[in-house]
Write a protein of this length. Structure first.
Length: 464
């Protein structure tokens, strides 16, 4: 008999810590979840973290918090559109409400694992560990020889998904007196969520670090999920929509690109011009009848911005329709694509994703600003990694001073992680010491990272 997931089981309100359940009078369980996520320190720092455009380069910038809120909202819209199309009426209104609240909460959490400087900072950390980790030693032996294969891979292929799950796991640790206690549907939806700003990346993608392996198993084995929770597809689609369309809108507003570049790029990538440009030209014709535009460029920009907003709705409707049509395959765990696969808008989505990657993220002005963040991350890793390798057994004054700047919280997390071992090996200790640096850089905002780099650089100059 073919295995199939069941929505009643997928949406169960069971929580990870059964000994820590509380409700406010008149509030639903899912509203409590969203409220606690928003109140968490990890979420509160998102307004001061870069998403794609470096914060210091423009007065007004779309931050990681804005992106998370958009994903949360778009996810709920996809669920509601799916409910309208669910002609079989196989789901009750209560189950639809649970689906909506689940994807909304996951959308809020999806970027809490971002380090300072956002995706640029994440890429910089990964590149640094891949290039320089092999050069460090502990007691005369290369650090990589102390580490297990999975532990080394965690550091050299670290990413926002694995780091976000690490933060969520710590927020559920009763020993650390954390208040977050999410439902299994929310945790399961988060597990397989792929949050890559570029689908052209070649490196392997981690679901979780070794340090979260037991947490991952506890969550994934609880609900009869096959491969991934179905709602993960909805949050992923919402993230793709928000990242692609909003990045283009912001790039136009900042003067990085113009409307001709968008049309020219898509004309070279997509054959079906009617699908791609019909409404764009309609907007241009409509706007051209108005007299308040002084320049054709202003008219074109307004037309494209309206077109992008319309595309957001088209993508949302297509994602909902796709989820409905492919529902049977999704529920057996056999679906291996995103929700735009083989839909009318798939060529357009791929074209816009390519434009964002090739014409915006690789823009010279953006690359110049990102270099500042990359150099800052490299500098902090260069200082903290050699110091933290000898954490609590510092050999020099510089190592002691550098380790003093690690937050009390990441030090507590380090000791809590080691307490989970019956007898941690030296390799385990080194692994968690290095994760301390990753956790610390994830705590920092862009400005905090820059200031700390300057401060440590000043200390170095004084002590020469």
């Amino acid at each position: 008999m073919e295995r199939k997931m069941d929505w009643q089981q997928l949406l169960v309100e069971k929580r990870y810590n059964t000994s820590n359940i509380f409700y406010l009078r008149g509030e639903s369980a899912y509203n409590i979840d969203s409220m606690n996520i928003i109140k968490s320190e990890a979420f509160q720092k998102l307004p001061e973290k870069t998403h794609i455009f470096p914060l210091e380069s423009w007065e007004c910038c779309r931050t990681s918090m804005v992106h998370s809120l958009e994903v949360s909202y778009f996810s709920k819209m996809i669920v509601h559109k799916f409910a309208e199309r669910n002609m079989r009426k196989s789901l009750s209104l209560k189950e639809i409400a649970k689906m909506s609240n689940t994807v909304s909460a996951v959308g809020l959490m999806q970027e809490i694992g971002l380090p300072a400087f956002g995706y640029c900072g994440e890429a910089a950390m990964r590149a640094w560990f891949q290039a320089y980790l092999v050069g460090f030693t502990y007691n005369g032996r290369p650090v990589v020889d102390w580490l297990g294969e999975q532990q080394r891979r965690d550091l050299e292929h670290l990413n926002i998904q694995a780091q976000s799950l690490r933060i969520v796991r710590h927020l559920h640790d009763e020993k650390l007196r954390k208040k977050l206690n999410l439902t299994y549907p929310i945790l399961n939806t988060m597990l397989k969520l792929s949050l890559r700003p570029s689908k052209k990346r070649k490196q392997s993608h981690l679901d979780h670090y070794q340090s979260e392996q037991q947490f991952y198993r506890n969550v994934s084995d609880e609900m009869g999920v096959i491969n991934q929770h179905p709602l993960t597809l909805i949050v992923q689609a919402a993230s793709d929509i928000a990242r692609t369309t909003s990045t283009i809108k912001e790039a136009i507003g900042k003067g990085l690109i113009n409307t001709r570049e968008i049309v020219s790029y898509l004309q070279n990538k997509i054959d079906d011009s009617k699908l791609t440009y019909g409404q764009l030209y309609q907007y241009r014709e409509l706007l051209g009848q108005r007299t308040h535009f002084l320049y054709k460029e202003e008219q074109d920009e307004s037309a494209v911005l309206l077109w992008i907003e319309d595309l957001q709705l088209r993508f949302i409707n297509n994602a909902a329709s796709s989820f409905n049509k492919k529902h049977t395959t999704i529920m057996t765990g056999d679906y291996r694509h995103d929700l735009f696969y083989e839909t009318d808008v798939e060529p357009l989505m791929k074209g816009l994703e390519g434009f964002v990657e090739e014409q915006i993220i690789c823009h010279s002005q953006l690359q110049k600003s990102e270099q500042i963040g990359r150099e800052c991350i490299f500098d902090l890793l260069k200082r903290f990694v050699p110091a933290v390798i000898y954490f609590e057994e510092e050999r020099t004054e510089e190592e002691r001073v550098v380790n003093m700047h690690l937050s009390t919280q990441v030090k507590h997390l380090y000791h809590a992680d080691l307490d989970g071992y019956k007898k941690p090996s030296q390799g385990d200790k080194l692994y968690h010491r290095l994760l301390m640096v990753v956790d610390f850089l994830t705590e920092l905002t862009d400005e905090q990272a820059l200031r700390l780099s300057e401060k440590l650089m000043g200390f170095e100059v004084i002590n020469r």
